[in-house]
Design a protein around this ligand. Structure first.
Ligand code: FES
Ligand code: MG
Length: 613
């Protein structure tokens, strides 16, 4: 910032707390307690912007815990650029540790952050992100307030490795074929098959899972965490190259310093999310998600984010229209073989975006937090490893986006085409008489507990012509929509080498899972969606060419079942669960809080609240 910027600098909203000469008593109350850790009146009344650091790291959110250290470099950058940093906690959101679901906490953390940013003297904010929902939760708050904000991700863990000799697998690494990569989450989904086969015992299963966790950082696969941070960068909300830098690399902390510097400039420029994000930037993200082989959860989060600004709203149809035909280019687990470290070394998000811009798949003119366009930001990047980021003309897989499915018993669902493996394709989608089409007998479970209790029940007579159905696991039903749809077949089948059956459900699955499930069925069973009417033994026809999933029942039969249906009333265990259930929208509109008013760009109309004393 030069002197001329200083002279024309706006009077920041924090001055209404810290320097209001007409209300000396208020100002004194607001000011004095910040002195007790060493801040001075001079700096708080200097006209410098107060820069919030929304801290998502804690012992309860281990994927983001290193942000507690990284924040120091962010603060250094803020100080050097002429701002005053103030770090504060965000409600913890740990994907794997929160029961019943971390999905409950996304909206809670968003609400909490909105209240903090609205109610305290903060002029701009650094959003520390990482673990799955920490990224959308914090971004949703910044978008709704429309406050200058920048995303600073904590980065993926280093690669996990395991010795090949452990189980005789063929190694795929460059380490002399003696080790192979172990991806977080993905390893657990794979190892549970080995557990079911009896190849691993309880302790062996725990040890094998730990192999995927070599360092600080979030999941190293292209799960929800890396997908969402990559998409935040595609949206223009973080500095170029930020998303994929592995957590322990020196560049990660250096990026924190640059992010701190840049947010101060953004505060002076008053560069807000609404100046950056357009409908086109969201469509860019839809395209990039397909090319990345990104998480199914990204669909929900981008739908939710797009509702935080006027005029950019995404729909499921947009995912179909703009995303499905896009090829898979990034060779990362679960759709591919590499991990975040290689993605970063291959050039990461800017190299991928440069290619997508050059090939006309995304619009490089979109603005970003740098103040420049995406194309400008990517200029000096290029793909450094073609086995990690494939050329668009010779992709890893054609037409690899999400198929948006419609049905005679639901409105929408999605299927991730990039994880349809050759086995599944051969078994279910390559019947010469009915290509892309299969029929299967439904085995219906009322939830994951019911699934675990009965999956090995021989009377269900589950075989390869079955589809496993799980319901009551959506946003209202669970609550929070559980990641349980990627159900493993009965042990008996797994031992025969049948590791995957078609599955369908009104919940979600982990972004690290490679199952080609039919997910996010909306409306969900708990609000009376047609999935509540299915019975074990029904025949379900799936057609990937026409995007249909139909139960072979007449309208009359379905209507009769609806008359007889008993929809269980969910039991709330906490006050927030009740509030959440009463206000949450379906997964196909982002599972956001449905409020009477559209609270977007709050600071425009209500820059500050009333005085507290
Ligand atoms: Fe936190 Fe995967 S569980 S990033
Ligand atoms: Mg998850």
């Amino acid at each position: 910032m030069n002197d001329s910027t200083k002279k024309t600098a706006p009077r920041f909203r924090s001055a209404r707390w810290f320097d209001d000469k007409a209300h000396a008593d208020h100002t004194a109350l607001y000011l004095e307690r910040y002195f007790n850790f060493g801040l001075t009146r001079e700096e708080l009344q200097s006209g410098k912007p107060i820069i919030g650091i929304a801290q998502t790291g804690s012992d309860l959110t281990p994927c983001n815990r290193h942000h507690k250290d990284l924040a120091q470099r962010v603060k250094d950058g803020i100080r050097d650029a002429g701002g005053v940093p103030m770090e504060f906690p965000v409600h913890p959101i740990f994907e794997q540790g929160r029961r019943p679901t971390a999905a409950l906490d996304r909206n809670l953390a968003t609400l909490g952050l909105i209240e903090i940013l609205h109610g305290y003297p903060v002029d701009a904010v650094v959003l520390t992100t990482g673990c799955d929902k920490t990224t959308p939760a914090t971004m949703m708050a910044a978008l709704q307030l429309d406050i200058p904000a920048i995303v600073y991700s904590g980065g993926p863990m280093l690669n996990g490795w395991k010795p090949v000799s452990c189980d005789g697998d063929t190694g795929d690494g460059e380490r002399g074929e003696l080790e192979e990569r172990v991806g977080s989450g993905t390893a657990i989904w794979q190892n549970r098959e080995r557990l079911a086969k009896g190849e691993l015992d309880y302790a062996g299963f725990m040890d094998a899972s730990a192999e995927s966790v070599p360092s600080v950082g979030h999941c190293n696969t292209m799960g929800t965490a890396l997908s969402m941070n990559a998409l935040a960068e595609v949206l223009g909300m973080s500095l170029p190259g930020c998303a994929a830098i592995p957590a322990p690399y020196k560049e990660r902390a250096q990026m924190g310093y640059y992010t701190g510097r840049r947010i101060v400039e953004m505060a002076f420029e008053n560069l807000k999310p609404s100046d950056i994000l357009t409908r086109q930037s969201f469509l860019n993200a839809v395209v990039a998600c397909s090319a990345l082989g990104g998480s199914t959860n990204a669909v929900v989060h981008l739908l939710a984010l797009s509702r935080g600004l006027e005029g950019v709203k995404l729909t499921m149809d947009d995912w179909q229209q703009y995303g499905e035909d896009i090829p898979l280019l990034v060779n990362c687990m679960p759709a591919g073989r590499y991990l975040g470290e290689e993605f970063y070394r291959a050039g990461g998000v800017p190299a991928l975006m440069k290619q997508l811009i050059e090939d006309g798949l995304i619009d490089g003119t979109q603005k970003t937090v740098t103040g420049h366009s995406l194309a400008h930001n990517c200029e000096h990047f290029s793909v450094r490893n073609r086995d990690v980021i494939f050329p668009t003309a010779q992709p890893l897989m054609e037409n690899a986006g999400f198929a948006i499915m419609r049905s005679n018993f639901f409105d929408s669902a999605l299927m991730k085409k990039s994880v349809i493996n050759p086995d599944f394709r051969k078994k279910y989608l390559q019947n010469p008489d009915h290509p892309n089409c299969f029929s299967a007998r439904a085995i219906v479970f009322e939830g994951p507990e019911d699934y675990r209790a009965r999956i090995d029940d021989p009377t269900l007579d589950i075989d390869e012509h079955c589809i496993l159905v799980v319901r009551n696991v959506g946003p209202v039903g669970y609550p929070g929509s559980a990641e349980v749809v990627n159900m493993l077949p009965p042990k008996r089948l797994v031992k025969q080498g049948i590791n995957c059956l078609p599955t369908l459900g009104d919940g979600r699955q982990s972004g690290t899972s490679g199952s080609p499930s039919i997910l996010h069925i909306s409306p969900e069973a708990a609000v009376g969606g047609g999935i509540a009417l299915l019975k074990t033994g029904d025949w379900i026809e799936v057609n990937l060419a026409t995007h249909r999933v139909d139960v072979k029942l007449s309208d009359e039969e379905l209507a009769e079942r609806r008359q007889q249906a008993h929809i269980p009333v969910p039991v709330n265990q906490t006050p927030w669960q009740e509030i959440y259930r009463n206000s949450v929208s379906p997964l196909d509109t982002g599972a956001v809080m449905e409020t009477e008013e559209e609270y977007v760009r709050i600071l425009d109309e209500h820059p500050v609240g009333r005085h507290s004393h």
